[in-house]
Design a protein. Structure first.
Lengths: 396, 233, 199
């Protein structure tokens, strides 16, 4: 008993002495550590904003900033340095972005990333140079770098977030919502009874004056988009939103046209020479065609699209008038590379085909980094034109 | 083994019982911090300081510390010195601190230090313990640096971070990666063993006796080692 | 890195990509010393996994609820090593008392674990990586399993070495290290797999 008391007291004494020694060392070294860390931190900040002078961490809790922003420093000269973390090819890209007082990029630096060093890594360095001098408007115009589209696109949107952050901190208001969120918000505020659930209506007729129609999933009505305006109508085609008479008229006639549309299936076996990729075809009472067709995606890269087992198709629905003008176009399904070819399911891509004819359908912007997907898509559109010609030519 | 004068105690750690190549202690920092000569040297010196300090203190307290709590006492003392070194390095050599990272804190579990405390400092006078710590520390530092020179110069075409231009096209990336470290270390152990064959002490005895769990370990790992040696004879 | 997916990523990357023994060299002493026979390798691996989990269970709350709160961050190393040492001691006593069979199996490995840098390494890394409590536990489990995996694979390799004729100078640790580099080389091939698994 006596022995163990002695043992324990020796151990406790040693622990206490060591703890006191450590506390003393900590007291001596802690200020130096803090100082060098501060110097290191501001050295990193000076790298992206050389004329910044001294920096001060900004308390951003009162602002709603883009989610990528992790820290904001205000420089002595009125500029800002924004630290952002985002996801390029893989998570963990950390970017420092120096912005001058007049809202232009002074310098950016990738300070941590898990990108492939040989591809995304060097691309990020090149890209860092090309955003210098851009402001919030012109930054969108900087091209991504081929082969590292994901890395550079993430970099660009991070820089844009940084620019927006500076505007927000300066008291300005910036819409940091994505395009999809803006659309969803507009639709919901036009027709609250739909509970925010809409389907985009696929045009089979040319509807004059109306750009797009979204129907409520719970059948409570629809929202017609005319220019920037969102006009709600109920199921009896009664206009609910405020708008001019001409707009109301356009909406009413569009709804009328939609509800009176009669669609009949076309018997594909009755025609000769239809492409193999054709899935189904329908005709409306007014003589427009709705064609569903497969396009060869990247999975069938070698062009061997007649061997369906080996590849992946993109399914497209396209409506055309009898004289071969595209009314509407929609990607139904795709299995392309996520983040690259998958952009073919984005309205910004397939929306480009609206109004095109066989003469000018080629005149669209390709999906960056996905030439094969774009080419396959165009080929399918060309086949749709051929189908219409065959249907117009009559049964065999 | 004669350990009469201070000089032989000092040289013992550097050559005859070199902790890295002969006693095979502290393999973890040996492999992890030798991709850069600067880092290896920093690791070596940090370990050296902890080793000398803990050896001195433990030797001073060797009559005070009761036998049944000696291991926890040694651990506390060593951890204290490691933390002090850690704070000093952080304050005055931030680049080294970033480079060594967690391995700096892990000096605490480097078997060399606990091993020397148990094997030497607890049985010898303060002066001899300090010399032993110095010798072992220098031996450790030299060994780390020699591995690091091979790995960094041939693997990264640089020396202590300074690029060697004419080697840049011929660098062997493999050497600075994890498996490369093991190969270089393995080859150097074999080289040392070939050079000192017959003269070096029986390595296994030392590495096991230095281990705090040696008593219990005897029934498991070390038992196997002894068994092997018999076979070799 | 959120939710369940994040946890799976942490688990897989600590088992395969950032394997403690093979790419960070933590716990390499027992890896070289106790991997001679399969049953020893498994015993050591299981013990390390258990201690790692228990150590994280204890060190994470202490770091966040005690050390950080009172500005005692500088005591981290000393507190962690003491916690691990006492945990190992307690575990040994408990095993001896309540499950002598298990103690017979694992008990011999426990004292070796106190100075196993992998355990302290996991505890410190979990704090440095700013993991949450659950993430820390998952990462500890992964590191332990990674250690077990490396030990088991290596014990298979070593049994082959024992049967072969090795040059005199290479006998013992030298050839063991060179053999370990092959396992490490194999694991290097797994780098990047986890990120792309969920990309």
């Amino acid at each position: 008993m006596k022995r163990s008391i002695k043992s324990i007291s020796v151990l406790v004494c040693i622990c206490a002495t060591v703890a006191v020694l450590l506390a003393m060392t900590n007291y001596l070294t802690a200020p130096i550590i803090q100082k060098t860390e501060q110097e290191n931190a501001s050295a990193a900040l000076l790298e992206v904003l050389p004329d910044g002078g001294s920096f001060e961490l900004v308390d951003t809790s009162a602002y709603t900033l883009p989610s990528t922003v992790s820290e904001v420093y205000k420089a002595e000269n009125g500029g800002y340095v924004v630290k952002l973390s985002t996801t390029g090819y893989s998570a963990g890209m950390v970017i420092m972005c120096g912005i001058s007082a007049d809202g232009r990029v002074v310098g950016t630096k990738l300070i941590a990333s898990a990108e492939t060093p040989a591809i995304g890594g060097t691309a990020a360095d090149t890209f860092a140079g090309s955003v210098v001098g851009k402001d919030v408007e012109s930054v969108d115009g900087v091209d991504t770098i081929a082969g590292a589209t994901k890395t550079t696109a993430a970099y660009r949107s991070a820089v844009k977030d940084a620019l927006n952050t500076v505007i927000i901190l300066g008291g300005g208001s910036v819409d940091i919502r994505t395009e999809e969120e803006i659309l969803a918000d507009n639709l919901s505020s036009a027709l609250p009874s739909a509970n925010g659930e809409f389907d985009k209506y696929f045009f089979v007729e040319v509807l004059d004056g109306v750009d797009a129609i979204y129907t409520a999933n719970n059948n409570s009505g629809a929202v017609c988009v005319i220019g920037e305006k969102f006009i709600a109508v109920d199921t009896d085609a009664k206009v609910l939103s405020e708008c001019s008479d001409a707009e109301a008229q356009a909406v009413r006639s569009a709804i009328e046209k939609i509800s009176s549309t009669v669609i009949t299936d076309i018997d594909l076996t009755a025609y000769e020479g239809l492409p193999k990729q054709l899935i189904s075809a329908k005709i409306t009472a007014t003589g427009n065609y709705i064609i569903e067709i497969k396009a060869a995606g990247y999975g069938i890269a070698g062009g061997n699209e007649y061997h369906p087992a080996s590849g992946k198709y993109i399914e497209i629905r396209v409506s055309l008038s009898a004289d071969g003008r595209i009314i509407d176009c929609l990607t139904l399904s795709e299995e392309e590379t996520d983040g690259i070819g998958s952009a073919c399911a984005d309205e910004r891509f397939y929306g480009q085909f609206d109004g095109k004819t066989e003469e000018n359908y080629d005149d669209i912007d390709a999906i960056s980094g996905a030439t094969i997907t774009t080419d396959g898509y165009k080929k399918a559109i060309l086949r749709a034109f051929e189908c219409v010609k065959i249907f117009e030519g009559g049964e065999k | 083994m004669k350990k009469n004068n201070g000089f032989s105690v000092l040289m013992n750690g550097i050559i005859k019982e070199n902790p890295v190549f002969v006693l095979i202690l502290g393999t973890c920092p040996t492999l992890a911090t030798t991709t850069n000569v600067f880092g290896a040297f920093g690791m070596g010196i940090s370990t050296l300081i902890v080793l000398i300090c803990s050896n001195i203190l433990i030797s001073l307290l060797r009559k005070v510390i009761p036998d049944n709590v000696r291991i926890p006492c040694y651990i506390v003392i060593i951890a204290g010195f490691v933390t002090i070194v850690q704070m000093v390095v952080h304050a005055f050599f931030p680049a080294l601190y970033d480079m060594l990272g967690v391995y700096l804190a892990l000096i605490v579990v480097n078997c060399i230090i606990l091993g020397r405390a148990e094997m030497f400092a607890s049985k010898n006078s303060v002066g001899r313990s300090a010399l032993d710590g110095l010798g072992m520390g220098i031996g450790f530092t030299l060994a780390l640096c020699s591995i690091a020179v091979i790995r960094e110069v041939l693997g990264a075409a640089s020396f202590a971070g300074i690029a060697i231009p004419f080697l840049a096209d011929y660098k062997i990336d493999f050497l600075v990666k994890a498996p490369g470290g093991m190969v270089v270390y393995g080859l150097l152990i074999a080289l040392v063993s070939a050079l000192t064959f017959g003269k070096s002490p029986k390595k296994k005895e030392f590495s096991c006796a230095g281990c705090p769990g040696a008593k219990l370990c005897g029934s498991a790992a070390c038992h196997g080692e002894k068994h092997e040696e018999k076979e070799e004879k | 890195m959120e939710g369940f997916k994040g946890l799976v990523v942490i688990l897989l990357s600590s088992v395969l990509v950032n394997n403690y023994v093979l790419s960070r060299f933590l716990g390499i002493c027992p890896f070289l010393g106790v991997s001679k026979k399969l049953n020893q390798a498994v015993g050591m691996g299981v013990s390390v996994t258990v201690v790692m989990l228990l150590a994280t269970l204890a060190t994470w709350p202490i770091q966040h609820l005690v050390l950080d709160k009172f500005g005692l961050g500088y005591l981290q190393t000393i507190v962690f090593i003491l916690i691990i040492a006492s945990l190992v001691q307690i575990l040994e006593i408990v095993l001896k008392r309540f499950s002598p069979a298990l103690h017979q199996g694992l008990g011999v490995y426990l004292p070796l674990i106190t100075t196993n840098c992998a355990v302290l390494g996991v505890a410190i890394n979990n704090i440095n990586d700013k993991f949450t409590f659950v993430q820390s536990l998952v990462s500890s489990l992964g590191c332990g399993l990674g250690f077990l995996l490396a030990m088991v694979l290596f014990s298979g390799l070593r049994s082959r070495i024992d049967e072969s004729e090795v040059p005199k100078s290479f006998r013992g640790v030298a050839i063991t290290l060179i053999a370990a580099s092959f396992i490490s080389l194999a694991f290097m091939g797994l780098a990047g797999i986890v990120d792309n698994l969920f990309a």
